[in-house]
Ligand binder design. Structure first.
Ligand code: SF4
Length: 271
């Protein structure tokens, strides 16, 4: 598709802003989707709520114009809906958007008092310019699902060249420079419940402000629908696969054990 046509499709299509949806931690969270047109990510996690990622890449570029995001944001804001936080997430990895920094400062100008958060898989944080773009955020939540390369490859199924070492290097560099709140979010399932000593050691080296323990409660969809960005429920008729989760008891035991090994603060999806 030619660039002009692609741009037109973006402007004719629905919003890059979705929700607000009720988040289990933050109240009404308004999602911002800096990727938008297709699902695009440097991971292809086997539990992803978007289903099979369409573009598995770590290419950083402008995926959607900043003006489109700001326009969409203003529309929702002017509609008077309650918004407690703004979260950059959406149709893939938000730090692949070269203009994410512009979106953050643009929205800050429009709504200076609404906290802005991001959910990132941390694959691009080893790049100084990417970390720089995120400095204005109030909270950065990074994904860390594995403590060894083999488990990382099996769960996150990354783009060529993306390694666990690159992810951890990026998170540590961010921790040194960033003054806001840094959280780690880990998806636990039977596959990665082993090797907890190494996982605890990585956490101790990073020293995040909080660790969120999740388990894949949403089924894996067979198709991508943009509406899956913020929805917890299936709204179209497509096949889904239920995933193996931790039980509430297993999650509680895991939390207690990790607390003891690291001395950090934890939050579990079951609490
Ligand atoms: S990092 Fe997020 S968007 Fe990317 S594949 Fe994993 S769960 Fe999906």
């Amino acid at each position: 598709m030619r660039d002009k046509e692609k741009e037109q499709e973006i402007f004719n299509n629905v919003s890059t802003v979705y929700g607000p949806v009720k988040s289990w931690r933050f109240g009404m969270s308004l999602g911002i989707d800096p990727i938008y047109l297709t699902s695009t990510c440097s991971f292809n996690c086997f539990y992803c709520q978007l289903g099979q990622i369409q573009e598995i890449t770590d290419l950083i570029k402008v995926y959607v114009p900043t003006e489109k995001v700001l326009e969409d944001f203003k529309k929702i804001k002017d509609s008077g809906k309650a918004i407690d936080v703004i979260t950059y997430s959406g149709s893939g990895e938000p730090t692949l958007a070269a203009n994410i920094g512009e979106m953050i400062s643009g929205i800050r100008k429009i709504s200076p008092n609404i906290p802005q958060y991001i959910l990132t898989n941390a694959t691009e944080l080893f790049r100084p310019e990417v970390r720089e773009r995120l400095m204005e955020l109030d909270c950065i939540t990074v994904k860390l699902d594995a403590a060894d390369e083999e488990t990382f490859q099996r769960i996150n199924r990354p783009a060529p060249g993306v390694t666990l070492e690159r992810v951890i290097t990026g998170i540590k560099a961010l921790k040194k420079e960033y003054k806001g709140k840094l959280e780690i979010q880990s998806m636990f399932m039977p596959l990665n419940k082993k090797n907890l000593d190494d996982y605890a050691q990585i956490l101790k080296e990073i020293r995040p402000d909080m660790v969120q323990l999740n388990t894949p409660k949403r089924p894996y969809p067979s198709e991508w629908h943009r509406e899956n960005r913020g929805n917890h429920h299936k709204i179209f008729d497509y096949k889904v696969t239920d995933l193996k989760t931790l039980t509430e008891g297993e999650a509680m035991d895991l939390e207690a054990l990790l607390k003891e090994k690291t001395g950090l603060s934890f939050l579990s999806i079951y609490r």
